[in-house]
Design a protein around this ligand. Structure first.
Ligand SMILES: Cc1cc2nc3c(=O)[nH]c(=O)nc-3n(C[C@H](O)[C@H](O)[C@H](O)COP(=O)(O)OP(=O)(O)OC[C@H]3O[C@@H](n4cnc5c(N)ncnc54)[C@H](O)[C@@H]3O)c2cc1C
Length: 1006
């Protein structure tokens, strides 16, 4: 055993001895909390319901609401596990006036266990008590998620009050150890960066720093004046780099360069931790003044893992608990080895982690008074006392704030205390022995320790048969994670390079031939309308005729090409698209005004369509037995329809176009592709990529031109067999009608896949989590300027929440970043063109007459920027409530109750997307059943459908097709056929018939 391990164990045992001398339960407050925690550890379902109930409780105003929620969360609990609950629920129904206050009191008590006080004055009682116990403090201000600059300013104000209040009330307090006191000011405040700026965007750290630094400087100045210490807490991974950069920027400035009383957090559960720590230390050495690092494992482990899985990102955290523990120890050693420049604060309740730090400090001869242990208020009291007794410096992290904003903090603590992986549970609940608890974590790491972060498994299953959910057989392509500097740089470079080559010309492509015409259509940049992004040759009717002939001819061959070969083509296009990813995103920024992340999302979706449809066609490509019956076999299989006309919109210029084109091609049809005029260059790029991937001549023909001219001509053409259209209701209905007519010489009934708009509604229930509801509603309404067919247009708010929602919503809208989307982090850019611009301004004027203008933003003078606008007091019959606007305009409507809210939401011609924010299980169930929309989203934004995961599309006037990105989408491009053969000869037939068989006839491979 190494001397360090020996020392660690010795220290650990000493701590355990001291802990056992003060055998206070880890769950020190008896009664309700103790019972809740015990049940939570025993029953996972109860735990989930309990924590959700705790989360909603503070927002419930009436006793009847509390009792109703109690029933909804726990009514289905099995009696055996929590018998007292059943009795409680029954009693609550009879005596709500008695039960509700008791419950609230109990949960408040639970919260008070972790929240040290309501405000600076309130917290003093507790701080004085701790002072007697020789425990110091750092105070953290709890708050709601900051959704607006107004709220961010209020947080800053609270920081000043806290600093002043604490300084005033602790005057004369001295350091508990009386040694190295200059390193550890008595007043210590922990701040959360995200609470000081509402528009933090990982893609734009410079903007965040430009906003945060001026807000923080006066706080730091005040802290310095009153002799306090400021610590920057660390939050989710998305904000990590910005927080580090901000810290370095501020504390390199001449004013703060020589100030030693600043600290920052390193989260050892991150794979980046060691590198970040050494970078910080290097910076510290250059700066030449001490600073502090609080080393923790990290509070957002589950969140980071889930986020990474959802977006297909590398998981930033270690996946095995001992890996985090071992990394904590590695960082501990680095910190202590650099004691001359950095003061270490070890934030842990894990006796092994603590003992290792003690042992290593002793090995290096560092005095106990030169570093400290920090522990959370309300947790591990006996460990704190043990450390004090051993002569170490102990500081308690004390959250201060009201109950409602404190709920997310409370739930994090409850999760931590009941985590199967956690030290506290192992020691105090599972009663694990010291030898087990003090093992070297390196010896516990199972399998191989992965040095590069693995990609998050996005699906628990990855089956390959039709019995598996279609989305589950497919793993989505990842989004670009703009949190990484490298991704930001790649995007900036792509934008620069794209800017340099704007203005190129692109030909029509028919039968593999490039054709130039005498007229070019300019595609312009909506942020800067004098800038021509590119120009495409305009196709006329004669080109349309040539394209039909070419497609018809190519079909004769392509319809017999094997599924494998066609799927391979799509996969090659996906690879090329991935290679050109940043370039294509940059093009979208210029051509259609997409903000960075939206542009990347569009390219990602296009790649997903290619790969998903390739895979779906492989699954459906083989003839499949319809039924087992002796003596006869019947196989169903599919034929392509023929020539497909694809007419696409500009708002998802790559994704929707690619989706329709790739579905048509992989199913064996040939295609005439007509992109929207406003995004014709994106169309030309798709053509280029298909050509590079080896699409045979005539299989895909690129025909940019005017919808009224070639579009109409092709829709009516007798040799066009199907039309895949996404766009406006007006054009869609015209196509639908026109395709219904059978023309001279036409041999097929035309199939139309028609996707149109929406007038999407989101309802906010009276118990909704407003932090989430506001952020997601703002994003759904104003993300990409509201130009998504899924965008939120009508926000229906239940009466009880109306005033609060409107206030926060308006403040949040006022804080939005509006501007040229070349700048990262812009949420609202320009609308697509002058026609859209004029129409939207006109509707806004109408809105001003019929409803109340609650908010109108300001916009840059040049470009087609429509100010984000919110109307309140909107009634269902008003124009702003009925017409699709397709721009950044949100109508807010008040509803008496959920019945009325659902009625209003459903009272529209459209049925595309809809959403609901609520924490009532019964209301959620009801809305799932009753909202009339193709895609219903609960407690999240109503935009951002992911291929395979959220098959997308509506009904009523929103569309007449089935879900894009879903398992049955391809069927619309196919004709089903069944071939039946009598296989009985003179009373004899084979015993079995295979479920799948080879395709009929010979398929071609090229
Ligand atoms: C004073 C103080 C301040 C803090 N400040 C912050 C802060 O600013 N930002 C922040 O993010 N956290 C912060 N934390 C840390 C966090 O809130 C938890 O308290 C801490 O991670 C618990 O670790 P532990 O060593 O006490 O317990 P342990 O039980 O030893 O460790 C639990 C931790 O291990 C990690 N973990 C759990 N499961 C796994 C797994 N399967 N694989 C890998 N790792 C896993 C998680 O980080 C989990 O929290 C702070 C903690 C303290 C005590």
């Amino acid at each position: 055993m190494s001397p360090l391990q020996e020392q660690t164990e010795q220290r650990g045992l000493e701590i355990f001895d001291l802990v056992d001398q003060n055998p206070e339960s880890i769950f020190s407050k008896a009664g309700f909390y103790q019972r809740m925690m015990a049940f939570s550890m025993r029953d996972e379902h109860f735990k989930v319901q309990m924590f959700r109930f705790v989360d909603v409780l503070a927002s419930l105003r009436h006793s009847s609401d509390i009792v109703q929620h109690l029933g909804e969360y726990f009514a289905d609990m099995r009696n055996g596990s929590v018998p007292f609950l059943q009795t409680g629920i029954k009693a609550a129904r009879i005596f709500p006036w008695l039960t509700a206050p008791i419950l609230r009191w109990n949960v408040s008590g639970m919260a008070r266990q972790f929240i040290a006080g309501r405000d600076p004055e309130d917290v003093m009682k507790m701080l004085r008590k701790r002072r007697q116990e020789k425990i110091g403090f750092t105070v953290d201000l709890l708050g709601e998620a900051v959704v607006s600059e107004q709220e961010a300013n209020e947080y800053a104000e609270r920081c000043f009050n806290l600093l002043d209040g604490l300084a005033e009330r602790t005057r004369g307090w001295t350091d508990p150890l009386g040694k190295n006191t200059d390193l550890f000011p008595v007043v210590n405040v922990s701040v959360k960066i995200s609470a000081l700026y509402s528009q933090m965007n990982p893609a734009d750290p410079e903007d965040a720093i430009a906003h945060l630094a001026p807000k923080l400087r006066p706080i730091l100045r005040r802290a310095r004046e009153v002799g306090a210490f400021i610590n920057f807490d660390m939050e989710s991974y998305a904000h990590k780099n910005t927080t580090l950069e901000l810290f370095r920027t501020l504390f390199t400035e001449p004013e703060f360069r020589d100030w030693p009383h600043a600290g920052i957090v390193i989260q050892a559960y991150l794979r980046d931790a060691e590198r970040d720590l050494t970078d910080l230390i290097e910076w510290g050495k250059q700066r030449g003044t001490r600073f502090t690092v609080r080393l923790v494992k990290g509070a957002y482990w589950d969140y980071e893992k889930i986020k990474a899985a959802q977006n297909g990102w590398r998981v930033p955290v270690w996946l095995q608990k001992p890996e985090s523990d071992a990394n904590f120890e590695a960082c501990t050693r680095i910190l202590l080895e650099n004691e001359s420049i950095v003061t270490a604060a070890f934030g842990s309740h894990n006796v092994r982690s603590i003992a290792h730090a003690q042992a290593y400090a002793q090995q290096l001869g560092i005095d106990k008074s030169r570093f400290e242990f920090q522990l959370l208020y309300g947790m591990a009291g006996p460990i704190k006392r043990a450390l004090v007794e051993m002569g170490y410096r102990v500081r308690e992290y004390c959250p201060v704030g009201e109950l409602l904003p404190g709920m997310s903090y409370l739930v994090r603590r409850l999760l931590e205390n009941t985590s199967n992986e956690g030290f506290l549970k192992a020691k105090f609940s599972d009663k694990a022995g010291p030898e087990q608890l003090l093992r070297d974590p390196r010896s516990l790491i199972g399998g191989k320790r992965s040095h590069s972060s693995p990609k998050a498994p996005s699906h628990s299953r990855n089956g390959q048969s039709l019995d598996t959910p279609p989305g589950d057989t497919y793993e989505n392509s990842p989004l670009v994670n703009f949190v990484h500097r490298q991704s930001q740089e790649q995007m900036r470079t792509a934008l620069r390079e794209m800017k340099a080559k704007l203005g190129q010309k692109y030909p029509i492509v028919i039968n593999g031939q490039k054709i130039w015409t005498d007229h070019l259509i300019d595609s312009i940049n909506p942020s800067s309308p004098t800038q021509v992004v590119g120009a495409v040759a305009e196709a006329h009717v004669e080109h349309a005729e040539q394209a039909v002939t070419a497609a018809k001819k190519a079909f004769e061959h392509w319809c017999r090409v094997s599924v494998e070969h066609r799927a391979g083509l799509l996969e090659r296009v996906a690879t090329i698209m991935d290679r050109r990813r940043f370039e294509l995103s940059a093009l979208e920024v210029f051509e259609v005004g997409k903000p960075w992340a939206e542009a990347d999302g569009d390219i990602r979706e296009a790649i997903d369509f290619l790969l998903f449809y390739a895979q779906q066609m492989r699954l459906r490509g083989l003839p499949r037995l319809t039924q087992h019956v002796p003596g006869e076999e019947s196989y169903q299989h599919y034929w392509p329809r023929g020539v497909a006309l694809v007419i696409a919109p500009w708002n998802f210029p790559m994704a929707i176009l690619t989706g329709m084109v790739s579905a048509a091609i992989v199913t064996g049809n040939t295609v005439i592709m007509k992109p929207a005029e406003q995004s014709a260059v994106c169309g030309a790029m798709l053509m280029e990529m298909f050509e590079e991937a080896g699409v045979p001549p005539g299989v895909l023909n690129f025909l940019p031109g005017k919808g009224r001219v070639i579009g109409q001509h092709l829709v009516d053409h007798k040799d066009v067999h199907m039309i895949a259209f996404t766009g406006s209701r007006e054009v869609g209905l015209r196509i639908w009608k026109s395709a219904g007519e059978t023309r001279e010489g036409q041999l097929e009934l035309k199939r139309v896949v028609c996707e149109m708009g929406g007038k999407n509604a989101v309802i906010i229930d009276s118990d909704a989590d407003l932090d989430e509801a506001i952020v997601d509603s703002i994003y759904s309404a104003f993300g990409y300027q509201g130009q998504k067919c899924s965008a939120l247009s009508r926000l229906i708010v239940l009466e009880g929440n109306y005033d609060r929602v409107v206030k926060r919503l308006v403040e949040a809208a006022a804080s939005l970043r509006v501007g040229n989307p070349e700048t990262p982090g812009i949420l609202v850019g320009p609308v697509i063109d002058e026609t859209a611009y004029r129409r939207q301004l006109e509707i806004i004027e109408t809105g001003k007459k019929e409803a109340t203008l609650a908010f109108q933003g300001t916009v840059p003078p040049e470009g087609f920027f429509v100010p984000p606008t919110i109307f309140t007091g909107v009634k269902p019959d008003m124009r702003v409530a009925r017409e699709e606007i397709f721009g950044p305009v949100l109508s807010v409507m008040k509803a008496r109750d959920l019945d009325e809210a659902i009625r209003i939401a459903n009272d529209t011609d459209y049925a595309l997307t809809a959403g609901f924010f609520s924490r009532s299980p019964a209301n959620i169930e009801r809305v799932k059943a009753e909202l009339v929309a193709g895609n219903v989203y609960i407690n999240r934004s109503c935009t951002g459908a992911v291929v395979g995961r959220h098959p997308f599309g509506g009904f009523k006037m929103s569309g007449g097709g089935t879900k894009a990105g879903g398992g049955d989408y391809l069927l619309q491009f196919l004709v089903p056929r069944v071939v039946t053969e009598n296989i009985m000869r003179h009373g004899f037939a084979p015993d079995t018939t295979p479920e799948f068989r080879a395709p009929f006839g010979h398929s071609l491979d090229s």
